[in-house]
Ligand binder design. Structure first.
Ligand code: 3HC
Length: 289
């Protein structure tokens, strides 16, 4: 399949990542169905699209026609059959639970046409752990976006041992058509490129806070003012989710058995208290909305 033949994209998961990936695809000319099992997530994603597009017009980033066309190309549903039927390309962005992803891919394999590529946006689960439940492992890969997905340019495309070169080329082309810059990982590695680098930074930042060397605020100031990062590691954790940071660390700990990968007590405390970052109104910082 050529990238020009991709007309319909199905994005599974109406969370922060799924809803922004879907909207980004609609803005770039694709017909998109964004699906979630939870009604309230579907409603939230639809409401986000409804307020985001006029906001882009007001800011002069889109014309009224472009915003109207994007709005007409995106729909939201709780019906997986409807979302996946006839989809040329699927981007799965459901919760980071391996069994859930395997179940979703089994269903996708049954519903989607034989030519469809099934990609996962997982932050750390490699597609070789999922591809085996489908009859098309050569069409399964990782396509990893970054938060906020409407803004961040990078997409990591990861080729598993089962992924064909054709699937990789198509996924890279699709990322470009979605206005992104793809990089290719020629083999699977835990955490891919960015999350490996980011984890090293965040672990160090949490260790410094844990040792009471400096407050999270001052560590963030140090990183933004000295290293030129757009936001410090604590504010970034609030954006991506402290619960996700915990999941990634736990998964890495399970893989390596190395105690240095175990999430710090500070992180565990935040997760237990339900202070997961922006999405819960509180993480390292407080958020009014
Ligand atoms: N959703 C959508 N768009 C957003 C946004 C959001 N949550 N936050 C900001 N934006 C947009 C704004 O609308 C604005 O767009 P415009 O310039 O076209 O009008 C642009 O981003 C800049 O926004 P602001 O001026 O309000 O704020 P900043 O200049 O501080 O930028 C930021 C905000 C883009 C989030 C910037 O701070 C940043 O780049 N932070 C680092 C983000 C990062 O590192 N992401 C990677 C995380 S790791 C990850 O995702 C991996 C995963 O596996 C966990």
């Amino acid at each position: 399949m050529q990238v020009e033949e991709i007309k319909k994209i199905c994005v599974l998961g109406c969370g922060n990542m799924g809803s922004q990936i879907a909207l980004n695809a609609a803005i770039h000319g694709f017909e998109v169905v964004n699906m979630d099992v939870k009604e309230e997530m579907v409603a939230k994603a639809a409401a986000f699209a409804e307020q985001y597009l006029p906001g882009r017009v007001k800011k002069g980033r889109l014309t009224e026609d472009q915003a109207r066309a994007a709005a007409s190309r995106i729909s939201h549903t709780t019906d997986l059959e409807k979302a996946a039927r006839g989809a040329d390309f699927v981007i799965e962005a459901v919760l980071e639970r391996l069994e859930l992803k395997r179940q979703v891919f089994r269903e996708l394999d049954r519903i989607c046409p034989p030519h469809s590529v099934l990609a996962t946006n997982s932050s750390f689960i490699v597609s070789s752990k999922i591809a085996g439940v489908t009859k098309r492992p050569e069409k399964v890969c990782n396509m990893h976006f970054f938060n906020p997905a409407l803004v961040m340019e990078l997409v990591e495309v990861v080729q598993g041992p089962h992924t064909s070169d054709e699937t990789v080329t198509l996924t890279m082309e699709l990322a470009r058509k979605m206005g992104k810059t793809p990089v290719l990982l020629q083999k699977e590695v835990y955490g891919f490129l960015v999350n490996r680098i980011l984890a090293a930074l965040m672990d160090e930042a949490v260790w410094l806070a844990d040792m009471k060397v400096a407050t999270p605020e001052d560590i963030d100031t140090a990183v933004t003012k000295a290293l030129g990062h757009p936001m410090g590691p604590f504010r970034l954790m609030d954006l991506t989710g402290i619960d996700l940071h915990y999941d990634i660390a736990m998964e890495q700990y399970r893989e390596t058995g190395d105690p240095k990968h175990k999430p710090s007590p500070l992180i565990v405390e935040k997760v237990v208290k339900g202070e997961h970052g922006r999405k819960t109104g509180k993480g390292w910082y407080e958020y009014k909305e």
